[in-house]
Design a protein. Structure first.
Lengths: 252, 445
């Protein structure tokens, strides 16, 4: 079923599954895993193309994962079986048929150790100018075009792909941004009240405002069915290049 | 019916690229009537009846379980009496047709749970991050094939740089610019610590400006003392404690007398500037610009002051135009707001003269002239400087040499004639500085 209709499970997640452990003094929990295929770029229209994770990351005691085809997800699915509380797993329909990502020339793919790793796609022999944080289906969409983004934006990015967007592995993001000084978040949903803003706020709290940041997402409108209009609504390569150039532009 | 009619399956949902045949009502070669069902096909959402669009003989090669694509002819109605029915079949399913799970025999062993699936093409992913210390932002030259951004490729090509010149694998235009400005200032054999800070664009512009001037000229500097200029100024106004306006006013008129000081060296010759635009260096916290007062030699002192004050306020608001900060034909750099003994003014591009102004308590004001020795020479500049000095001195309110009380300003003449004193007393303060004091001030101190 399309993840857009996770709204029907919202009450059970908010008022039941995520609360049982605390309501019943730890004697009971509800380790349910809800799989939600999300995302656009296939012309499915307003109710079958959304990215609703911004409504889910605010549920306390409910893990929100975003799987992608950047690395093998088998270990992450295995870990899911051992979670004590509820989890929503956001997948992307385009990723189902995709082969695992191969880094373009000049970049290497690494993943850190936590059960839901943060994947790092970094330049092999170059200093990164900007940290880009991305997750889910957008990760593959933009990483497949990473070489083009570098060539057009004239910026060397280091890309972090989150596997968990609640809770967020903020340490990995802070480490990277402390080196680059610039942070850009990319998500497929609209940016207001969403994941990117939370990441920027968390990083700012640690690095105390010493960074430049920007967030990219879709236009704040229902996603059109026509492919041309959908492309104009969702974040594009043009937009990411423009935003990267603004981030590295020196302050006069 | 004389023509054959194709049967196409319309796409009715966005999910699927093809549908599956689940029922065949008429075998190939059967006569069918218009609107009679011929197949049932199923997509991921629904089963759909495909009807004959016309009467005729149905030809196809479809069987239950075959996958049929959307939008292409999958069967055809041909006129009765057509002989080559096989040749009229428009679509033959692939050798391996999609099988619905219902038609598949149950597997002997149950499928493995999804978590134990292993990928055949496992990507080369390091299990953990490389430590930051292991980052190798640079590699030995020639050991890698750099990839250039479009901007970097254009810039490198413009300056004839080769890919092998670079030590990073991903080259941006900033890397090329660093390369063009020389990557290392360390002596041979001495390693750099790697904390290189790139020059900001504003500073680069300044460097280019001076490189075309002082860096490329035969710079020489002469100087002379002017002494104190006792001109009345309201305290706290733009020109209090300074003589910028006077220097601009007099120097602009003087360069008409010495035209080679309002000129530039160019292509083995000197070219005289057609107008006199006096440049004034503004520098408020690392933002040096030279504002050009247009036709400064034709403006009176009041107009000059108004012009400079207006430019200064627009400089603070960063509103000076490009033309205003590039049109100067000679420059004045007034550092008299601080106590200095010497200035070596650097000549900007396209000019042959820069006048520096300093002030210190014992000598008063001093003026220095930096000039391009290819355009003019020391004797001419010395004459210009002494002329300028004399004209500046003429602005003093009274004889600059008249002694007065350092504390209250009372002149020796007033002390004797009005206050009936004997004259001024020379006193030495705690710093060893000598001052003149009137009788009243000496008693107080």
């Amino acid at each position: 079923m399309f993840g857009d209709f996770v709204t029907y499970a919202f009450d059970q997640l908010v008022n039941n599954a995520s609360k049982f452990f605390h309501m019943y003094h730890g004697m009971m929990s509800c380790p349910v895993v809800v799989r939600a295929p999300m995302g656009g770029r296939r012309g499915y229209g307003p109710t079958h193309s959304q990215s609703l994770e911004r409504f889910l990351i605010g549920i306390d005691n409910c893990c929100v994962l975003t799987l992608s085809s950047i690395i093998d997800v088998a270990p992450q699915l295995e870990t899911l079986l051992h979670l004590k509380g509820p989890a929503v797993v956001i997948e992307n329909k385009i990723d189902y048929a995709a082969k695992t990502f191969q880094a373009p020339a000049g970049f290497v793919v690494e993943a850190n150790d936590p059960p839901f790793p943060t994947i790092r796609v970094r330049p092999r022999h170059a200093r990164p100018d900007v940290t880009i944080v991305v997750y889910g289906g957008s990760a593959r969409y933009f990483l497949d075009r990473l070489g083009e983004i570098f060539e057009r934006a004239d910026v060397v990015p280091e890309v972090l792909v989150l596997t968990a967007i609640h809770p967020i592995d903020i340490g990995a993001v802070v480490e990277s941004v402390s080196r680059t000084g610039r942070l850009m978040t990319v998500e497929e949903g609209a940016t207001f009240g969403a994941v990117g803003g939370e990441i920027i706020a968390e990083v700012n709290a640690v690095l105390r405002g010493k960074i430049r940041s920007a967030r990219l997402g879709s236009k704040p409108v229902p996603i059109p069915s026509a492919r041309s209009l959908e492309d104009a609504t969702l974040p594009s390569i043009d937009e990411i290049c423009d935003m990267l150039q603004l981030l590295v532009e020196e302050v006069r | 019916m004389t023509d054959s009619v194709n049967i196409l399956i319309d796409r009715d949902n966005a999910n699927d690229e093809e549908a599956t045949v689940v029922k065949v009502y008429a075998v190939s070669g059967t006569l069918v009537h218009a609107d009679e069902p011929v197949f049932d096909v199923e997509n991921s959402k629904a089963t759909i009846e495909v009807i004959a669009p016309a009467e005729g003989v149905l030809v196809h090669a479809l069987a239950v379980g075959d996958a049929v694509p959307y939008g292409v002819p999958v069967a055809r109605i041909v006129p009765p009496g057509t002989t080559d029915l096989d040749g009229a079949i428009p679509f033959k399913p692939g050798a391996v047709a999609f099988q619905k799970p219902a038609f598949v025999e149950p597997p002997a062993t149950p499928p493995k749970p999804v978590v134990s699936v292993t990928r055949v093409t496992e990507p080369a992913v390091a299990p953990v991050y490389a430590e930051v210390e292991d980052y190798q932002p640079e590699a030995p030259p020639g050991s890698l094939t750099p990839r250039f951004s479009h901007a970097a490729a254009a810039l490198a090509a413009e300056h004839g740089l080769a890919a092998s010149d670079f030590r990073t694998e991903l080259v941006t235009s900033r890397d090329v610019q660093l390369m063009l400005r020389g990557t290392s200032v360390a002596p041979p054999g001495v390693e750099q610590v790697g904390n290189r800070t790139p020059i900001l664009p504003r500073k680069r512009e300044e460097i280019e400006f001076l490189r075309g001037g002082a860096g490329d000229t035969m710079l020489s500097v002469l100087g002379c003392d002017v002494g104190p200029i006792t001109i009345h100024r309201e305290p706290g106004t733009t020109f209090s404690g300074k003589i910028t306006d006077l220097v601009v006013y007099e120097a602009s008129r003087l360069v008409r007398k010495y035209p080679r000081l309002n000129a530039a060296y160019h292509d083995n010759g000197s070219e005289l500037h057609a107008c006199v635009n006096a440049g004034i260096a503004f520098d408020e916290g690392g933002r040096l610009v030279v504002y050009g007062v247009e036709n400064a030699d034709k403006k009176d002192l009041l107009a000059l002051r108004a012009d400079i004050e207006d430019a200064l306020s627009r400089y603070m608001e960063k509103k000076l135009s490009r033309a205003e900060i590039t049109r100067a034909t000679f420059t004045i750099s007034d550092l008299s707001s601080m106590e200095l003994d010497f200035i070596l003014p650097l000549l900007p591009r396209g000019q042959s003269l820069i006048v520096g102004v300093t002030r210190n308590p014992s000598r008063g004001y001093s003026i220095y002239a930096g000039f391009d020795h290819r355009v003019t020479e020391g004797l001419e500049v010395a004459k210009f400087l002494t002329d300028l000095r004399d004209r500046l001195r003429s602005f003093s309110d009274g004889p600059a040499a008249e002694p007065s009380c350092w504390f209250c300003g009372r002149s020796a003449r007033e002390e004797v004639e009005i206050y009936h004193g004997r004259g001024l007393i020379k006193v030495v303060d705690a710093h060893g500085e000598e001052h003149l004091a009137c009788n009243a001030c000496w008693r107080m101190v």
